[in-house]
Design a binder for this molecule. Sequence first.
Ligand code: S3P
Length: 173
Amino acid sequence: QSRKLFPFHISLVGFMGSGKTTVGKELSRLLAMDQIDVDKVIEDRAHMSISQIFKEHGEAHFRALERKTVEELAQYNNIIVFCGGGGIVLDDRNVENMKKNGVLIWLKASPEVVYERISKEGTRPLLKDDMSVAKIESMMASRLSLYEGAADLVIDTDHKTVEAVSLEIVEQL
Ligand code: S3P
């Protein structure tokens, strides 16, 4: 019954560099919830980094692992903050699974801010051949309606600290 009073999954989606992992960590601390990072679970199980999986097995293989992992983790009925990769919304089934037992929050960031953050963190497989604001802009444009359609709540993260974004989420839950 308590499931109806408080969502026990808080899913964070958003483009690469939107702060899913860092905000997820802070949020799980604030709310005393466990954090599960889909990409991290995939890496641990494959004993390979996401970049290596893309390089050796291709994107389609990664997407299949991603879908299976989301499907499995969505069954957990303890309270969790659910983070994944930016492309998790590309598959409707992932969105459905993440929303089944909770709320889905879109961390929104502009291409310029994403570029800045990713430049500091190290690039991603899908940007390794063209790491530019223009490329980020076009990839983001093709995914915008997916994030929009999936989100129960939208939080703008541009020029905000991880702490500020996390508090804003807690206030709006
Ligand atoms: C991807 C985002 C990455 C990772 C993979 C694909 C994407 O995660 O899952 O490189 O399609 O946007 P982050 O959003 O954590 O960078």
